[in-house]
Design a protein around this ligand. Sequence first.
Ligand code: ATP
Ligand code: MG
Length: 338
Amino acid sequence: MEQREPIIRLTNLGKEFKTANGTVKALEDINLDIYAGEIFGIIGLSGAGKSTLVRCINYLEAPTSGDVVFEGTSLKSLGRAGINQARKSMGMIFQQFNLLSQRNVLRNVCFPMELQKTPKDEAVKRARELLEMVGLSDRENAYPAQLSGGQKQRVAIARALATNPKVLLCDEATSALDPNTTKAILQLLKEINRKLGVTVIVITHEMGVIEAICDRVAIIDKSHIAEVGAVSEIFSDPKSAIGRQLIMGDTVHTDFGDSKLVRIIFDGRASNEPVLSNLILACKVPVNIMYAATKDVNGTALGQMIIQLPKDEGEEKRVLNYLATAGIPYEEVTRDDF
Ligand SMILES: Nc1ncnc2c1ncn2[C@@H]1O[C@H](COP(=O)(O)OP(=O)(O)OP(=O)(O)O)[C@@H](O)[C@H]1O
Ligand SMILES: [Mg+2]
């Protein structure tokens, strides 16, 4: 099989910050390959090192150890001019948009092209094309203060694409947006990836963002990569403790104490239904299974299950109401009953 070359390869990358209180190891021994054309997610808790990692990828921060290899060239080996050149191939968007408030939408998108000394009419033409792609053609004269968060991020995306980058780095690009706007911006990023072939790197602390658009994901925890893989694989079978925590959520801690016990009687009908799952989903409370047994009587599954209800009175009542409403026979029991 043909071996694909990564567009970005991080080798033993480390980053330390010297502070008044000592040295902070923000990244340690990061090894990662990102391939051209993919949407790659990097997820982790606050302070894990995500922003530092993207800032090292485009050399806004120089790594303290290891290397960033971009399209086969070690950035470490390049001088300032070479690094600037590589950086032009990597657009970036942020949570707080970072638009220039004194410039209107069109002139914000033109800004990076001005820096590159692109002739004005050419820049304006390109900016208008990009604004059309992000769905903001009719707002080119508006100022950032007159736009919604979602619109501001669309302008930022158009601006980031103005210099035809090969990679788009998105650091918590949807974290300040409501769920619907988030969805729309993620769809736009996917469209840009598919239409323009731009490699997209998405930094987030939200699993939903990864699930919505990423092909592969790296989970970063306390300055290290905990695991990397296809989103479908990591979601179905996270190997690391942090992966399990991010994907499955924290275990629910409910106080059961010496709370009420209830025996549910399964007749033939109820045995085909996921009685307990339905109960938990409907009542949104966990229950504790204390005992369960089934018997086959003349082809009918008869059984009982003793469950412990939450200690909270309201939650207990919800469960009992549910059982009564759903017509599931039950009786209260004591510990001596089984
Ligand atoms: N310029 C800096 N000087 C000193 N320490 C820094 C600097 N930048 C980051 N750090 C530290 O490095 C660690 C990683 O920070 P980073 O901003 O990369 O985390 P993050 O994963 O992006 O978090 P968040 O989700 O909150 O944005 C933190 O402990 C942070 O305090
Ligand atoms: Mg960050």
